[in-house]
Structure formats: C-alpha cells, structure tokens
Design a protein around this ligand. Structure first.
Ligand SMILES: Nc1ncnc2c1ncn2[C@@H]1O[C@H](COP(=O)(O)OP(=O)(O)O)[C@@H](O)[C@H]1O
Ligand SMILES: [Mg+2]
Length: 245
C-alpha cells in the first residue's frame, strides 16, 4: 500500500545555515501508526512541525494523498484533513473546555450545525469533556487536558494526525488510555504519525518505526523487525538507559 503522507529528503533549518533535518524521509500509510523515535534533539518534533507547515523546506518535498503540499501553509493542510497535537500544551488555559473546542472549529465556523455536530461527537467519544464543558481547562488534570487536545484535533475529522509525545508526563493509567485511543484511531483508518519518548511503548504500538539521530534517518523497520532484529533493539537499548520507562 502506498504512503498517504510522505516527507521526502527534507532539509530544514529554523534560521540561518544550521540545518536541523538533513534529507530526512518518512512515509506514513493509511490505517497504520508510523512511529518516530530517537534521542533528545534528534529532530522528531521538527519533522512534525515541518509536515504541518510550520517550517519551510530548504530541500525535499511533502506529498499528501498524491499531491505535493510542500508550499502550502498550515491552514491549508488542516483543510486537507491534517491534524497536529504538539508536544507542549497548546490550550487556552483560562477558557472553558467548550470554548477551546469551538476554536478548533474555526475552519468551518460558519456552518453552525456542523460545529454542534462535531463538538457533540467529541463529547460522546470523551464523556469527561462533556462533564467539564464549562470548566476552565486550567482546572483539569494533565491527562484530561490531553483529551481536550485530542478532541480539538478530531473536530476536523482528520485523515492524518500528527502526535508529538502524547503521553509525556502522564501517569501510566492515563498513558495506557491514550495508547488505546491512538491504536483505535489507526484502526478507524486514520494515518497516525506518532513521535514518542517512550521507546518501548512506541515499538509495541507502531506498525512501522523510524529512528532518527542528529537530524538524519538512522534506521527503520516494521514492528516484527524491531521485535526480532537484535540490531534495532540494541541501537535503542543504549538510549533506554537514559530513560524513565
Ligand atoms: N525554535 C527553535 N529554534 C532553533 N533551534 C531549535 C528550535 N527548536 C528546536 N531546535 C533545535 O533543533 C534540534 C531538534 O529539535 P527537536 O526537533 O525539538 O528534537 P526532538 O523532538 O527529537 O527532541 C535541536 O538541536 C534543537 O535545539
Ligand atoms: Mg520533541
């Protein structure tokens, strides 16, 4: 099966001549979880920011559903069904859950019926958000806030979702719920790109894994290759020593 979304030989810099990504290639397939792992500073978050259109390409291309979107702004990419849940908290803490969700409906704000329908769909997926709809986001736990961020991303009914360390800093019980949710999204047919600091969990859940190091592709393989191939496992074992898993 062909990739729904691909980053091809991407070279990216934040500013000046310091390139952060050097000809990085990633391909994500429909209904699959494509995992990206690698040490801190490897460029994982930069890959997602680039895919979503927050950073311009110096070289290479991005193809979504057969179309070259390399030069499209993030707003157009969202319009094409791409959603992004960034690594750092991205909610308006003083606004209510519902107001945060309403902001996520911006691309189709004029269609009031759709706005209501989509918000209700998010409430039925995450009942806790319905319960707390009038509460300020700042009053919620870290895990609950994550669900608001997922809910907001799902409002546009994305075909592709980019997730940057969705379980970072969360308790194991909530992390487990989030991994189940991510698996469920892929099973529904969504194309999931998952950046994860938890190498072991990512290797368990991802259908295909990319390993980045210092802004370059280091290795890749499907889940079986990761489980059976000692080479890939040994490569990450060294990093895992530094991790709290
Ligand atoms: N806003 C920025 N401006 C300049 N350099 C940045 C910025 N964000 C990240 N970097 C640098 O880019 C490199 C890759 O960062 P990042 O993609 O966040 O790595 P990862 O997510 O794998 O930990 C790091 O060397 C980091 O210091
Ligand atoms: Mg990161």
């Amino acid at each position: 099966m062909d990739a729904v979304l691909s980053l091809n030989e991407a070279t990216v810099a934040y500013h000046g001549d310091i390139t952060i990504l050097n000809r990085v290639s990633i391909a994500a397939r429909k209904g699959c979880i494509t995992g990206i792992i690698g040490p801190n500073g490897a460029g994982k978050s930069t890959v997602l920011k680039t895919l979503f259109g927050f950073l311009p390409l110096r070289h290479g291309s991005i193809v979504l559903g057969g179309q070259d979107i390399s030069r499209e702004p993030a707003s157009r990419r969202a319009g094409r069904g791409m959603a992004y849940v960034p690594q750092s908290r991205s909610l308006f803490a003083d606004l209510s859950v519902e107001d945060n969700l309403l902001l996520g409906c911006w691309p189709f704000r004029k269609d009031r019926a759709r706005v209501r329908r989509r918000i209700d769909a998010v409430y039925s997926r995450f009942p806790i958000l319905a319960e707390k709809r009038r509460d300020p986001v700042s009053s919620m736990s870290g895990g609950q806030q994550r669900f608001v961020e997922f809910g907001r991303a799902l409002l546009i009914e994305p075909s592709v979702i980019l997730l940057d360390e969705p379980t970072a800093m969360l308790a194991p019980r909530i992390s487990k719920e989030i991994y189940a949710l991510v698996r469920g999204l892929a099973d529904e047919g969504m194309t999931v790109v998952l950046v994860d600091q938890n190498v072991r969990r990512c290797a368990e859940i991802a259908d295909h894994l990319y390993i980045l190091e210092l802004g370059r592709n280091k290795a890749e393989g499907d889940r079986q290759a990761f489980e059976q191939g000692a080479g890939l496992r040994d490569m990450v074992a060294t990093w895992m020593d530094y991790r709290i898993d």
